[in-house]
Design a protein around this ligand. Structure first.
Ligand code: MG
Length: 265
């Protein structure tokens, strides 16, 4: 299933996406997965008939409302090398603040405290069931609702100087998510992740090149921390990270999920 979260007159709603003759439409409404605790417009029960709308004309919101964003760093060898790091011996894990989440097309804001803000295009896992201490013989697919795209925006200079990455990864607007969630793709089979800056290809990686595969990541995280439905796990970025400037437009594209585009302010 593919779904999105989008704005309606009745507030945010979740919608099931269907393909009609090659075009994606929001076909019908779904019961809410997670509520946004910060929304000024709580989800109301939708009354009346829902007329399908083309996905392209909907005002999309971030498709998930995570209680936490648990990120994987340096999960592609070439990216570790480009920043002068050795490939990690066990998964490198850090947190990104839920308050940094923004929707597709919402602007990434360059903070005055940083001189270098990079994009990091990433495939992200969306958790579907409460997951704690996943056993070695247990299939992790049971806990996965689907996949989406995250741009793990990073203040590269503060990442080095702060030590802790709370600001470097956590400024407001540093976590674009979207455009949709799908369970119809298989990262183990190999999925291409591409990032374009102002239309120019800057990153092209394949999930076949993960240092740590998804099952290892989820077992490692849940050995320490319970994951809740809606939690998001960005799986690391391929080589090619580079800075963005105000006025830029950044797009992360994954076949089967779509294009996550954000302007830079
Ligand atoms: Mg990253």
């Amino acid at each position: 299933m593919k779904y999105c979260r989008f704005e309606t007159e009745a507030g945010p709603q979740y919608g099931k996406i269907a393909d009609f003759a090659g075009n994606l439409w929001i076909e019908r409404l779904l019961p809410p997965f997670e509520e946004d605790p910060l929304s000024t417009k709580p989800t109301k029960a939708f009354t009346g008939a829902f007329e399908p709308v083309p996905l392209l004309s909907a005002k999309l919101l971030a498709p998930v409302v995570p209680s936490k964003i648990v990120c994987i760093g340096r999960n592609y060898r070439e990216h570790a090398a480009e920043l002068g790091n050795e490939p990690p011996k066990e998964p490198l894990v850090f947190l990104k603040a839920p308050s940094s989440v923004i929707a597709p097309e919402e602007p990434i804001q360059i903070p005055s405290q940083s001189q270098r803000v990079d994009f990091e295009g990433e495939l992200a896992i969306v958790i579907g069931r409460r997951a704690s201490k996943i056993g070695t013989d247990e299939p992790v697919a049971f806990y996965i609702r689907g996949y989406t795209i995250v741009n793990d925006v990073t203040a590269r200079d503060l990442q080095k100087s702060d030590g802790q990455w709370w600001r470097a990864k956590g400024f407001d607007s540093f976590c674009p998510i979207g455009p949709i969630v799908t369970d119809e793709i298989d990262p183990e089979a190999g999925i291409t992740v591409e990032t374009r800056l102002n239309g120019e290809l800057r990153q092209q990686g394949n999930t076949r090149d993960f240092i740590f595969p998804i099952d290892v990541l989820l077992r490692h995280i849940t050995a320490a921390m319970t994951l809740y439905p809606g939690d998001v796990i960005p799986t690391g970025t391929p080589a090619g990270v580079s800075p963005m400037q105000p006025g830029d437009s950044v797009e992360v594209a994954i076949d089967g999920i779509g294009v996550l585009r954000n302007p830079v302010l």
